[in-house]
Structure formats: structure tokens, C-alpha cells
Write a protein that binds this ligand. Structure first.
Ligand SMILES: *[C@@H]1O[C@H](CO)[C@@H](O)[C@H](O)[C@H]1NC(C)=O
Ligand SMILES: *[C@@H]1O[C@H](CO)[C@@H](O)[C@H](O)[C@H]1NC(C)=O
Ligand SMILES: *[C@@H]1O[C@H](CO)[C@@H](O)[C@H](O)[C@H]1NC(C)=O
Length: 363
């Protein structure tokens, strides 16, 4: 038996936006993105696909049905969505836990770390439509963790540099009708798609929106998810605290129309980047009418973007960082590095090494 708890999967990321706009940072796992249009509603998209391999080599997040060869063939379909949506900033993420031995060895051994940083920079450069690297390590021991969120908050990081995490998936429970969190039920192990929950809630209604999470329950099943009403609570929180935007996990569970992402975008970033329109929705299949963008909008997909170039017009680069102290150093570094992959990092020491590595690679 499990307790119906709030999802809270993504937590809070700390970000810096040089030019304020309400970010929609979309987390994603490997899939064929060739025809994905929901990604066009994101400001940044982060593919959680890389790992630290032995001796500082690059490894991949694989499953039995998605071996390394498949990951490698699908990876470009993610980065290449920037051709269709030039305002999108796709990042490749390195994920892992501090308890994994290759990662632990990389963090603790300077030569292995140097190997890894060199391999990582070379790797990301080989996908020029991806703009940078996101480091996403969890479960670090105290000695491994040079940073954590609360340190930055205590250090006085400004709210505009923070991004609120939202779950774009649902959890389903076998449970007799419930209306409150804390009820007992059997959790169905797989994460349910957001669309499943939306469809279910359109039939059975929403029993509670508590602290920004919703329960929709029938006599035999319940979904816990972020209904639009629940999301309003969180978006109001983000807005009233002047946060920089939100992060959504994940595009893979969003559904073809990404109803939640579409709703969030309609609230916090209703105006698309100049010169573009947001991708229109296809036929609604999740039980709710889709009103964003307004019907009649057409997808602008200029074919003119040449792969691998940075965005036009000397537009300011944007970083998502967790180390304000390093910010100035990074900004300094970014100037000569214009055209280099951007960095989205949670690991200050690694960041410095990556920057050093980039400098070496440029010489
Ligand atoms: C680890 O990498 C270094 C540098 O690339 C190489 O010299 C060394 O032989 C590697 N060690 C193993 C065990 O593969
Ligand atoms: C991805 O899907 C497209 C069709 O949408 C297909 O043409 C392409 O071969 C697929 N790519 C891979 C690597 O499976
Ligand atoms: C939930 O109930 C369905 C049928 O109502 C059943 O197929 C499924 O195995 C149950 N799941 C769990 C985790 O008990």
C-alpha cells in the first residue's frame, strides 16, 4: 500500500535568465522527436540521455528496448528540433547518482574528470543544434556535493533566477473513491501520461486541488496530477514570487498536444518569440478543448536556419546555473566563447573545468 502523496518530482531548479522571460524548461528522455511539435512550446528542452562511463568516457541512458545504438540514432532528432523552432534551446543532460561508481570516480579523480570533461565537450560539439550541457547529478554525498539548492537560497540568489518544477505526468492508484491526500491505495508502478489523467478527470471530476496537486477519483481508481486549476496555484506562486519560470517533466509523458505545457505557456508566455507563432495543437484527444494558440495560427517553420550557428543578432546567451558566485566568471567566459555550447550546470567545479577545457579546445 502506498500513500497518495504529492508528486514533487522535479523540485526547484535555480536558473539565471539574462533577459527576463517566463521560461518553460522541458525535461525529456530519448525518443524520436522528428515530428514532435510540443517541444516548440518550450524555451529550453533538456534531454536526459548521457551518463558518466568508466574512466571518464561518455555513456548513455539505455533500456532493454533502447540500446546504445538506438539512443545514438535518436539523439540528433532532439537537437535538430532547433531547426524547426530556432528560439528553442536544446541541451544534453548528464544524469547520474553519486553512488554510481563511474560517476563517483569521475568526481573524485582529477585525471578521470579531465577525461570526462574533454569527452563531454567534444561530444556536445558534435551536435551543434544542441546549445549546451546540463549536469543533473543526484544523491551526491556531502563531499561530492559542492552545491545544493538551499545553499544558493541562503546565499541570497534572487527569485528571478529560480525555476519552479512541475510534473507533466500523473500517478495512478487502485483505490476506492478518495477525495484527500493521505488516503491509502495501491500505486500502479508506471508513471501515467498526463493525457490519461486529463481524460479520466473529464469523466470523474476533480475532488481536490491541494497545495497545487489534484486528485481525480472514481470508485476504483484515482489519479494524482497537476490539473489546470492546480497549476494555476503554482503559476500564481511563481508569479507572485517573481520566479524566472517553470520546468516541466517530461515531454515524453506530455501527450501529443502537451495540454499542460500549452496551458502553462498560454499563462506565462502567451506571446511567442518575435517572428514566430507557437505550434498549433492537433485534434484534442485528452478530453479537454485546446484553445491555445488561438485557432487560425499557423506554425512558422522557416527553413532558413542553418544548423550549427548561434542565434542571430548577437542575442544574449542564457544560462541556467546554480552558482551565483560563478556567474561573473561564466559571463566573462561566455564573451570569448560566443558560438560555443552553452552550459547548464549544477556542479561549479566541473563548470570551471569545462570552461577551461573549452578554452583549450579553442586554441
Ligand atoms: C583511462 O583513460 C586514459 C586517458 O584517456 C588512458 O590513458 C588509460 O589507459 C585509460 N585507462 C583504462 C583502464 O582504460
Ligand atoms: C524518426 O521518425 C521519422 C518519422 O517521423 C523517421 O523517418 C525516422 O527514420 C525516425 N528516426 C529514427 C532514428 O528512428
Ligand atoms: C489495479 O487494478 C487493475 C484492474 O482493476 C489491475 O489490472 C491492476 O493489476 C491493479 N494494479 C495494482 C498495482 O494493484
Amino acid at each position: 500500500m502506498g500513500s497518495l502523496t504529492n508528486l514533487g518530482k522535479v523540485g526547484v531548479l535555480v536558473a539565471l535568465t539574462l533577459s527576463f522571460s517566463a521560461s518553460r524548461v522541458c525535461f525529456s528522455t530519448v525518443a524520436n522527436y522528428t515530428q514532435n511539435t510540443a517541444i516548440g512550446l518550450c524555451s529550453q528542452a533538456i534531454l536526459q540521455t548521457l551518463k558518466v562511463g568508466t574512466n571518464g568516457t561518455i555513456a548513455y541512458v539505455t533500456t532493454t528496448t533502447t540500446p546504445q545504438s538506438t539512443v545514438r540514432s535518436l539523439l540528433p532528432t532532439f537537437c535538430n528540433r532547433r531547426v524547426a523552432y530556432p528560439y528553442l534551446e536544446p541541451y544534453l543532460a548528464v544524469v547520474g547518482a553519486g553512488t554510481e561508481s563511474p560517476l563517483a570516480a569521475m568526481l573524485s579523480t582529477p585525471t578521470v574528470r579531465a577525461n570526462f570533461v574533454r569527452a563531454l565537450v567534444a561530444f556536445v560539439k558534435s551536435y551543434p543544434n544542441c546549445v549546451g550541457i546540463f549536469i543533473d547529478f543526484s544523491g551526491l554525498s556531502t563531499s561530492q556535493a559542492y552545491n545544493n539548492l538551499f545553499r544558493w537560497i541562503i546565499k541570497g540568489i534572487s527569485p528571478g533566477k529560480m525555476i519552479l518544477g512541475l510534473s507533466m505526468y500523473a500517478r495512478a492508484f487502485n483505490v476506492s473513491r478518495v477525495s484527500q491526500f493521505g488516503a491509502q491505495g495501491t500505486a500502479i508502478s508506471t508513471v501515467a501520461s498526463y493525457c490519461d489523467a486529463l481524460l479520466f478527470s473529464s469523466q470523474f471530476g476533480i475532488q481536490t486541488n491541494s497545495a497545487g496537486e489534484s486528485i481525480s477519483s472514481s470508485s476504483s481508481m484515482a489519479y494524482v496530477f497537476n490539473s489546470f486549476a492546480a497549476i494555476d496555484i503554482k503559476l500564481n506562486f511563481a508569479r507572485s514570487n517573481s520566479l524566472g519560470g517553470v520546468a516541466l517533466f517530461s515531454l515524453n509523458t506530455a501527450g501529443a498536444n502537451a495540454e499542460l505545457l500549452r496551458y502553462v505557456t498560454s499563462v506565462i508566455a502567451p506571446t511567442p518569440p518575435a517572428g514566430y507563432t507557437y505550434p498549433p495543437a492537433s485534434r484534442p484527444t485528452c478530453g479537454v478543448p485546446i484553445t491555445f494558440p488561438q485557432p487560425g495560427g499557423t506554425t512558422t517553420q522557416p527553413g532558413g536556419v542553418t544548423g550549427g550557428t548561434t542565434r542571430a543578432g548577437g542575442e544574449e546567451k542564457r544560462l541556467l546555473l546554480e552558482e551565483p558566485q560563478l556567474l561573473l566568471e561564466v559571463l566573462e567566459e561566455q564573451r570569448p566563447l560566443l558560438g560555443e555550447p552553452q552550459l547548464l550546470l549544477e556542479e561549479p567545479q566541473l563548470l570551471q573545468e569545462v570552461l577551461e577545457e573549452q578554452r583549450l579546445l579553442q586554441e
